[in-house]
Unconditional design. Sequence first.
Length: 153
Amino acid sequence: MSLKVVEVQDKRDLERFLDLPFSLYKNDPLWVPPLRSHIASFFTATHPFSNHAEIRGFRALKDGRPVGRAAAIVDRNFIAYHRSPTGYFGFFESVNDLEVVQALFEAVEGELRRAGMTRVIGPMNPSTNYECGMLIEGFSTPPFMMMPHNPPY
């Protein structure tokens, strides 16, 4: 099988990036879809976060089918405050496939390294002022406000 990771380059790629959770969670009665326009705004210059940060999205495709996504995030405010060249990964979603996860993390890590980062933390969607972390228990309970929802795998 052919696996490749591609960077989000344009509006059409961004739409595909935004679509992925809808296919992953379509049968999960507890998943609450985010507002697509809200998530999309982080990837444009119009969101206030873009005044001090850059976000690059990546999509994983297996045999041409979307199977994962992640973003590399560089927040200059965090770097200045902590005096640490630390980038984030965020907006992470994947099918249950370690190869996909590794490929996405390698893409994000490579992008952050190119941006001069020496550490990576996350998941941040896109920072601690928004959604961060991941669900590690409570998969059978309704989600909480500003908290992510993930499959058990």
